[in-house]
Design a protein around this ligand. Structure first.
Ligand code: TNX
Length: 540
């Protein structure tokens, strides 16, 4: 049973269950023959057998063993004939493998031809529906590597696993073994606030790239707030031109043109990441109020704001012009966004009386539905009539009063779904400890272990796992002004949130995770990420 050891957490063998489990047993059985035939010498020459224990997020099933596959200049990445998507995944894989291997691997748009021993195959299998949208199987042995998936997204996720099976330095050998994998939750998000401090599309692409290695599949963009409006809107041009012209601390700010936003959406799509744009309303709107006097109840535009207070601004709920604004903005954003969701904020609307808040959020939700999109909003919407099918993003704390959590559970009973971003777990802008230089601490310090050690399927009383779409790590940027700041706060905690979203509950173990995370250190360094060397992780 040595072969099955990769399936085990520290608590001993896990019994594979369901179709994926059977699949895993089948691939293991197929492997038993070559491995038991291999002599001790051959095993010693095989690639590091623990590479499968170092994958983040932990795959559903792994079975390390057998000789590995050595990449060399003749290696070809062969992708299913007729699938531009599979070929695209192949091209991205070739690019990703280049720094570690020094090889410029050739990509072929057919997986026929070639000898059995010449490379990496990315195969779409129309019969593998049991793998779902993102599942995949991977098998590496002395003759090559095969990744099979039902959908291109599964090939992409499998390719991220393959990247992690190639050592960061040294001989480019893919460790021998098999993986049968699929995510626990469909929504594994990362939010970045480009309103408090402006970040360019290039900076956000870089962030997205690093997160995609860990199978994150949603990029939530917090595009507007009191301190800045960051996306061009043709029907209300001053939003970006005036409202985008500053940021926290009084810097120059900035905004994205529609072409730049589209470019990011395309880039994300190539990585099977869905972009969720957020227009935060009816609070967090000072940049909009400063840009258009007519949006203010008193008809007077306030000055732009560069501080860090929250909860002081509100759209004018009584004015019909406000709803024309909402409809125009959401229409233009929807036109740019192929994803399912429009996030309309709804948090910290302390300057909007509750009845007004409910009125406003009702109409804003209708404006989203009118665009054929699904509403996503911060969980305060739970108490103000979420429309059926809405997703609520929970950002409370462990210690949030039960009555507030119960409102979320009540909305779930009425048909809402939940994305979990508890601030004292998943807020990447919280300091690790008192010594962290950027960062806030209103939700407490969030060390790496605390960010990891919770179960999204059992986090909120009265919210069954089936109602949980997934998790999201949120990077607010009042104190985060540069790529170096963002790296330090997001890494490594974002990896833990990514694992909570992907890996089966039975694989979640801090003791095992800290070792797997430690092995990501050199990988992050190779990618140029200045991560936080958390003391509770035995970094290599
Ligand atoms: C709360 S969480 C906010 C943001 C702040 C953040 C800082 C939420 C929905 N609103 O406006 O940026 O805390 O940690």
């Amino acid at each position: 049973m040595r072969l099955l050891s990769g399936l085990n957490g520290p608590r001993g063998p896990r019994r594979p269950s369901g179709p994926l489990g059977l699949l895993a047993l089948a691939v293991c059985a197929a492997l038993l023959v070559p491995v038991s035939a291999a002599g001790a010498g051959q095993r010693a020459r095989a690639a590091d057998p623990t590479a499968y224990d170092r994958i983040v997020p932990a795959p559903a099933h792994t079975a390390p063993g057998g000789p590995g596959y050595r990449l060399d200049a003749r290696t070809v990445i062969r992708t299913t004939a007729g699938s531009a998507a599979a070929r695209g995944v192949g091209e991205l894989l070739a690019r990703a493998l280049r720094p570690a291997t020094g090889l410029a691997l050739r990509v072929s748009g057919t997986d026929a031809g070639g000898s059995a021993a010449d490379g990496i195959r990315l195969r779409l299998d129309a019969r593998a529906a049991d793998q779902g949208e993102e599942g995949y199987r991977l098998r590496a042995d002395g003759t090559g590597v095969v990744i099979t998936a039902y959908r291109p997204a599964g090939l992409f996720r499998g390719a991220q696993t393959l990247r992690q099976l190639v050592p960061v330095t040294g001989r480019p050998v893919v460790a021998g073994g098999t993986v049968a994998d699929a995510p626990r939750f469909p929504y594994r998000g990362a939010m970045i606030d480009i309103a408090r401090h402006f970040f360019t599309v290039e900076q956000v692409k870089r962030y997205l790239d690093r997160l995609a290695l860990y199978k994150v599949n949603v990029l939530h963009l917090h595009l507007t707030d009191d301190q800045g409006w960051r996306l061009a809107v043709d029907s209300w041009p001053r939003l970006a031109e005036h409202g985008g012209g500053t940021e926290v601390g009084g810097g120059p700010g900035g905004y994205w043109t529609k072409a730049q936003y589209r470019d990011l959406v395309r880039y994300a799509g190539e990585r099977y990441v869905e972009v969720v744009p957020e227009i935060d309303m009816p609070g967090h709107v000072n940049a909009a109020l400063a840009s258009y006097a007519e949006l203010n109840c008193d008809g007077v535009a306030p000055a732009r704001y560069t501080g860090t207070k929250v909860g002081f601004s509100s759209l004018c709920v009584a004015k019909e012009r406000t709803y024309e604004f909402v409809a125009d903005v959401l229409r233009e954003v929807a036109e740019l966004t192929p994803g399912r969701y429009l996030h309309i904020g709804g948090d910290e609307a302390y300057a909007t009386p509750h009845a007004d808040y409910a009125t406003f959020m009702g109409r804003a939700q209708q404006a989203v539905v009118a665009q054929g999109k699904t509403v996503l909003a911060w969980h305060q919407l739970a108490g103000a009539g979420p429309v059926s099918g809405t997703a609520l993003q929970y950002w409370g704390l462990d210690r949030t009063p039960a009555a507030e959590k119960a409102k979320v559970a009540g909305a779930v009973r009425a048909g809402a779904k939940v994305v979990l971003s508890p601030a004292d777990r998943a807020y990447l802008d919280m300091k690790y400890d008192a010594a962290t230089r950027p960062g806030l601490s209103w939700a407490g310090y969030v060390p790496v272990r605390r960010a990891y050690e919770w179960d999204p399927g059992a986090y909120l009383a009265g919210v069954e796992e089936a109602a949980v779409l997934g998790v999201e790590a949120a990077l607010w940027t009042e104190t985060v002004a540069t790529t170096a700041d963002a790296d330090l706060m997001a890494f490594p905690r974002a990896l833990g949130i990514a694992e909570l979203g992907w890996s089966p509950a039975s694989a979640l173990s801090w003791d095992a995770y800290r070792l797997r995370l430690a092995a990501q250190g050199p990988r992050l360094t190779a990618l140029g990420v200045g991560y936080y060397r958390a003391p509770e992780v035995p970094w290599a």
